[in-house]
Structure formats: C-alpha cells, structure tokens
Design a protein around this ligand. Sequence first.
Ligand code: ZN
Length: 141
Amino acid sequence: MSESFQVVVDVEATALDAAGLARAVPEDAFPDAEIVAEPTVFDAGLGSGPPICPLCGETGEVQFSSYLEAVESWWDGDVVDPACVVCGQYVGLNDWDWPGSPWAVGNFGLRFWNRPRLTPAEVAAIGDRLGHRVVLVYGRG
Ligand SMILES: [Zn+2]
C-alpha cells in the first residue's frame, strides 16, 4: 500500500531563510511534520498534470515538457520561468494551475505523511506562521 503525503511548501523562502525557518518552527507546533529545509522539487507524482497556463488556459504534454525543463534549470540554480507554449507568456514555476495537486519548487516545506487532508484554513495558518505564501502539494509516494 502506498503512503499519502502532503507538503506545505513555502514558495517565497530563500535558501538562506530556510535554515532560520527550520529553527523558528517549534517542534511541538507540527509534531507530525517532517521539516524540509533545502532546495526541493515538490512533485505531486504522475497523477498530477499537465500544468495549465493561468493566462490562457491551455494545457498539454508539450506544456508539461516545457515546465519540466524549467524545473531542471531551477534545480541547476537558474531561475527560468517556463513560457506557455501557446500564448508565449512566462509563468512562474509556482504559479501554474493544475488539474489535481500542483507541483512546487522551494527551499522550505513541512511534509506530512498519512494524515487527513489539511483544510485550507490549516494551510493558511501555516503560511501565516511562516510569513510567506505557501502551496499545498499532495500525492502518494
Ligand atoms: Zn498561456
């Protein structure tokens, strides 16, 4: 049986912020969370995608390929926003729409295993605590 995961990804924390956040989040605040404090591609697995351009609404496997190339660049340390293959506009890696769970890239996240789905209010509360915009990534792994 596969396990379910949810990650609340801080999409604004820099690599420098991440260590400070890891220290600032008290262990008893999220006792069942695993703290991720390094550059990470939080992918939702094969069940999610392809991404949908939030500007023109187009989607498809070519769109996904373009997105994945930009993710590879991010991983290599470059900030490259993927361009929509249809309208040509650049969309930040964390700003695409997704049919299911989004993907996200970031330097800090709280990962929960086998937990009932976090409510939007719980996700927002974590974002408030971190002081940054957060994205909820979920899937099975
Ligand atoms: Zn577009």
